[in-house]
Design a protein around this ligand. Structure first.
Ligand SMILES: Cc1cc2nc3c(=O)[nH]c(=O)nc-3n(C[C@H](O)[C@H](O)[C@H](O)COP(=O)(O)OP(=O)(O)OC[C@H]3O[C@@H](n4cnc5c(N)ncnc54)[C@H](O)[C@@H]3O)c2cc1C
Length: 501
């Protein structure tokens, strides 16, 4: 038994190393932004961020998915003069439906920057729904924790905002609706699911309830429809040269919403907590209590304890088991938390990697194009960055006479390397580099984290990703020694060209 506990502690410590090195496999198992000043890496490129002007881009755009990517894109394209039809499979989040949107996101500097391209007003309207946090505690045991980040690490940066996805999307929807200013250029259809798309004509079929309808051809169809994107599937069906790798990450998770932070935890910090067996919890403060992501591995022998995946019926049994697995948060695991646990389907995160982000009139953004399964905490910010880049390219290039097709190719050339780099940085060096380099990377990252606490070297990768605007591809190329060579821009261009031609 003692040996088994020793092994679990070791596994958790290894997971901690992975967290600080940015290669945790726990969705959302990431720290909030603090620390290093932005723009700190030498050679950091300035972002093409500009306040949108009320221009007149005469495009009809169908945006599939009202997540962060779709909502930001809709707002930007509406500002640019486009006719926008936004379709969303789920209910309006402002009606209180949480399905699929119950978890909290950390919005670091990249997301803040992207949101601010619509003006400070949107960011100011989002902020009250979130919780600003600069603290991250890594718990080693019930009694011992390491402060990986503290407010002292913050060099005047605005802290990360921890916000429920439902609250973020609600605030963005309010802004989007107020942005249309009665011009009649915006249509939003909730509970309407894209069923199929002809990527060459832009004709889409939509399902609302039992009714199927064909939409008028759009000049552009933006697939912001998340990890299981129908737009991406339509591209794949239309062109065999389009390649997508979708890989399930190990482990399952459920999300619990607590009315307040568990009393044994610092209420202003994000906490990574080891549980019994293969379990761990990631607890974040929010503007309304706390959000806990409970992770476990199915099939890992936890006897005599039940596997969390087996707790699907009795709320009381779920409450008791969770409380015994996580003594640090036991007071928050009440009857309601047990009920939340059994009511939910377990989720499994997956990653997505594509060799191009466009075909014909269709284009992919956010998790539909590249997904890290929540591992690096950059999914939302990278999704929003896609929207900013695409909106600005359309505005500048199509606005000055370039075709939509050429402009989408420019978007792919700019964003595919970013998507690939973020996935590498999130998962760490692949098995191809060999066990030695992988071990060296873990050790170097852990040592670097400790040294950065005393002012030596760069901050840990997670901090870097959330606190600077350096392109992911540059950060990835700086790590070629551990990861192997990252493709050159010309190689990406060639790969993308093969899909378009
Ligand atoms: C547990 C968890 C924790 C995370 N933590 C963080 C974090 O701390 N920081 C961070 O930056 N990221 C985090 N992420 C990742 C982040 O949530 C995603 O990367 C981000 O939401 C991607 O935005 P998106 O708009 O591309 O896709 P989504 O947010 O997935 O939105 C896609 C939308 O499309 C809709 N849709 C899907 N199919 C259709 C269809 N056929 N027709 C119409 N609509 C459709 C969906 O209903 C959904 O509303 C986390 C993810 C998870 C799961």
């Amino acid at each position: 038994m003692a040996a088994r506990h020793g092994r679990k502690t070791w596994q958790y410590l290894m997971a901690c190393v992975l967290v600080v090195s940015g290669i945790s496999c726990f969705p959302g198992f990431v720290a909030p932004s603090t620390g290093a000043a932005p723009w700190r890496l030498p050679g950091a490129r300035a972002e093409p961020l500009e306040a949108p002007s009320r221009a007149s881009l005469q495009l009809s755009v169908l945006i599939v998915g009202a997540g962060p990517a779709g909502l930001l894109l809709a707002d930007r394209l509406l500002s640019a003069g486009c006719n926008v039809h936004l379709v969303e499979a789920r209910q309006d989040p402002r009606e209180g439906a949480l399905e699929g949107r119950a978890y909290a996101l950390g919005l670091g500097i990249r997301a803040q920057r992207a949101i601010r391209t619509l003006g400070d007003e949107l960011w100011e309207s989002i902020k009250p729904s979130g919780f600003a946090s600069e603290r991250f505690k890594l718990h080693i045991s019930e009694k011992m924790a390491i402060d990986l980040r503290t407010p002292e690490d913050n060099n005047g940066l605005e802290p990360s905002l921890l916000i429920y996805q439902s609250d973020l999307c609600s605030a963005m929807l309010d802004h989007l609706e107020s942005n249309q200013q009665g011009a009649g250029k915006l249509k939003i259809s909730f509970q309407s699911k894209l069923k199929s798309l002809d990527t060459s004509t832009g004709v889409a079929t939509l399902q609302s309830g039992d009714t199927l309808s064909e939409l008028p051809a759009a000049d552009l169809v933006a697939g912001c429809d998340g990890v299981n994107s129908v737009v991406r599937a339509s591209i794949a069906a239309a062109n065999p040269a389009f390649e997508v790798e979708q890989t399930k990450l190990p482990g399952s998770f459920k999300v619990l919403r607590f009315p307040q932070m568990p009393s044994k935890l610092d209420p202003s910090a994000v906490h990574a907590i080891p549980g019994k067996g293969s379990t761990s919890a990631f607890v974040e403060p929010t503007a309304r209590g706390a959000c806990a992501l409970i992770n476990w591995r199915d099939g890992v022998d936890t006897k005599p304890l039940p596997n969390l995946g087996e707790l699907t019926e009795s709320a009381e049994k779920a409450r008791e088991t969770l409380a015994s697995y996580f003594p640090l948060i036991e007071d928050a695991i009440n009857e309601d938390a047990g009920q939340q646990f059994v009511n939910q389907q377990a989720s499994q995160a997956s990653t997505v990697k594509c060799n191009s982000y466009h075909l014909g009139r269709a284009v992919l953004l956010g998790d539909a194009a590249h997904c890290t399964g929540g591992v690096s905490g950059q999914g939302c910010s990278s999704a929003m960055k896609d929207s900013v880049v695409l909106a600005e390219l359309l505005q500048h290039e199509v606005g000055s006479g370039r075709s939509v097709a050429e402009t989408l190719a420019m978007y792919s050339r700019q964003q595919v390397p970013e998507g690939h780099a973020l996935l590498d940085l999130s998962l760490g060096p692949s098995a191809e580099v060999g066990p030695l380099k992988k071990a060296l990377y873990g050790a170097a990252s852990f040592a670097g984290t400790l040294l950065s606490k005393v002012g030596i070297g760069d901050p840990p990768l997670q901090t870097l990703l959330t606190t600077c605007l350096t392109p992911f591809s540059e950060i990835r190329r700086d790590r070629d020694f551990f990861f192997g060579d990252f493709p050159k821009q010309a190689e990406f261009d060639e790969m993308i060209e093969k899909v378009s031609s």
